[in-house]
Design a protein. Structure first.
Length: 580
């Protein structure tokens, strides 16, 4: 999001004027791409767009009274523009997803993070008081994972100014284990993720860091009015990697950022995804960097990582340019058995889809997917999910500018944020990996301008489809119940390792039915500042029975489980399957 891409909107007050223009060749290439595959707003045939709404908003009626507090309006404190995180987490393991929501008004504020418990009737009850996680700060991102292997999910919170680890004690209570865990320090962490990079059975942690902010900096738009600063004004910070020692009792993490190689290259990191990018069964680390090349840290199996983003095709976009890389989604959009990568950007850029093929190699296919020129917006959190159960992954993302623009005529934000507010976006997959916009038909999600950052996904009401939660800066939470016309059957899978007493984060589940296969990874951390439902969801189209399910567990062991009926939740437990 640097001034390089927004000369008409932003320049630091102390900077000398400069052209900051795209090379002519790049502009011509972008123009050629924009001229193809742009059917109106949607990048696809209007005839293919679903006319019925897919979501209704139920936040207030579900008992969620939360209104985000980013801090004083008009202070132009940069963390305000980057948002505060949200998580779906079943903290008491009763089978219903709960909510943890961050505020960003600072440690001296009365606005604390809020924990909501989902009751048996589907309403949410504020259980923040006495939980131990009702703390004030400049909240940034949330990651969820059981770091003690005791069967209860713990919470990690990144902040501007530091980070916090809250260990789940049960009974709705957490204790702050930050100091004893070795996760102290100061800085500005954004997105984070738990994963077991060394296959020892204990969840490790990666935190992508943003910039070394000078809070005294004052920045202006070209017309001389105050605006938020751009990341290019400040030094970037490398991502941090922490190894869980697995000592038992209180968790302890060792900072291995330097020895692993991640500390070698700084970057203004915003999004992160831990997944197997090269097909060797070991989780790698993708970091979405803001206005810098992305990093793809390939796991070398010996505790070290090598950045192979350039050779694997995900460092830059199709014209070889950097972009404001923010939110991250991962999934097989065209049904070829290989997961693809989607990343959101600024509104003057293109949200990018890198399709995988052959395995381990990626190519920017945004134009072919109908994404160039579609739904122009500044996107952050994003989700690939089969919302209508037809067997392919659809696409959603949330929006809101980081530099002031024309004020929204109507929006769900306080007056100050109207210049930053934009509607969210929803795209339907036609089954081949090409998307068409259906935002107009979805006013609950896309009809009102907001400044949204995190987007969480999961089956919140346990009815078999994927719901959404969007957190808005200065506004109410959006709890979006999926009411899409059902075009097929479904299966939800929870993959559990009984020996570790927890969800098998990093496991890959492959479902076979009706002559087709679908693949999902157990990884709740993606999107932006967010943690999703740890279960994986499959829309099956017209398949009316499951043949079998294969699980590649995080340590490389593979098992096959019997299939059976559709439209149900299945728990797959390691050690109870057969060799495939």
């Amino acid at each position: 999001m640097s001034a390089h891409w927004v000369p008409a909107f932003f320049r630091h007050a102390t900077m000398a004027p400069s052209s900051h223009r795209l090379p002519l060749l790049a502009l011509l290439a972008l123009g050629c791409l924009t001229s193809t595959g742009c059917g109106g707003r949607g990048g696809g045939s209007a005839d293919s767009a679903t006319k019925s709404p897919w979501f209704v908003e139920k936040g207030a009626e579900s008992g969620i009274e939360f209104v985000n507090d980013p801090g004083p309006a008009g202070s132009y404190f940069m963390p305000q523009s980057m948002g505060n995180g949200a998580a779906l987490v079943d903290f008491d393991q009763d089978g219903r997803l709960d909510l943890y929501l961050l505020n960003g008004a600072g440690p001296a504020s009365a606005s604390v993070n809020r924990l909501y418990h989902q009751e048996p009737d589907g309403r949410f009850r504020d259980v923040s008081a006495g939980s131990g996680v009702d703390i004030a700060g400049f909240g940034s991102g949330v990651a969820v994972g059981d770091v003690t292997n005791d069967g209860l999910p713990d919470l990690f919170v990144s902040e501007y100014g530091g980070m916090r680890l809250f260990v789940n004690d049960g009974g709705g209570r957490f204790h702050d284990a930050t100091a004893s865990s070795g996760l102290g320090g100061r800085g500005w962490g954004s997105s984070s993720s738990f994963f077991d990079y060394d296959r020892d059975g204990w969840l490790d942690l990666v935190v992508v860091n943003y910039v070394s902010l000078n809070p005294a900096s004052t920045c202006y738009a070209q017309d001389g009015t105050r605006d938020f600063c751009a990341p290019a004004e400040f030094p970037s910070i490398a991502a941090s990697l922490y190894r869980n020692s697995g000592a038992g009792g209180e968790p302890h993490f060792e900072d291995v950022s330097l020895s692993s190689g991640l500390a070698a290259v700084p970057g203004a990191g915003l999004g992160v995804l831990c997944a197997d990018f090269d097909g060797d069964g070991w989780d790698d680390i993708f970091v979405a960097n803001d206005q810098q090349p992305n990093r793809l840290w390939i796991n070398r199996h010996d505790g070290t990582f090598a950045d192979e983003a350039v050779v694997r095709g995900v460092a830059l976009n199709v014209i070889g340019a950097t972009a404001a890389n923010m939110g991250v989604a991962w999934g097989d959009v065209d049904g070829d058995g290989l997961p693809d990568l989607f990343v959101t950007h600024l509104e003057m850029e293109t949200h990018t889809l890198w399709k995988q093929g052959p395995r381990g190699s990626f190519l920017d296919q945004s134009a072919a997917a109908g994404l160039v020129g579609a739904e122009r917006s500044t996107g952050f959190g994003t989700v690939l999910a089969d919302f209508d159960l037809d067997g392919d992954l659809d696409l959603a993302w949330v929006n809101g500018r980081v530099f002031a623009g024309p004020p929204a005529t109507a929006g769900s934000v306080p007056p100050f944020w109207l210049r930053y507010a934009q509607p969210n976006a929803l795209m339907e997959n036609d089954g081949s990996g090409r998307f068409a916009a259906i935002s107009v038909a979805n006013p609950a999600f896309c009809g009102t301008a907001n400044v949204a950052r995190p987007l969480c996904s999961g089956d919140i009401d346990n009815d078999g489809d994927v719901d959404l939660v969007a957190a808005t800066t200065g506004g109410r939470i959006l709890l979006l119940d999926n009411v899409a016309p059902r075009r097929g059957h479904w299966i939800t899978v929870r993959a559990v390792d009984p020996a570790l007493k927890r969800d098998a984060i990093g496991a890959v589940v492959t479902l076979s039915a009706g002559g087709r296969t679908w693949q999902r990874q157990v990884q709740p951390s993606s999107s932006y500042l967010t943690s999703h439902d740890p279960r994986v969801h499959f829309g099956l189209g017209n398949a009316d029975g499951v043949d079998f399910l294969d699980v590649a567990w995080p340590d490389g062991v593979a098992e096959r489980f019997p299939g059976g009926a559709v439209d149900r939740v299945v728990e797959l437990r390691r050690g109870e399957g057969l060799a495939p």
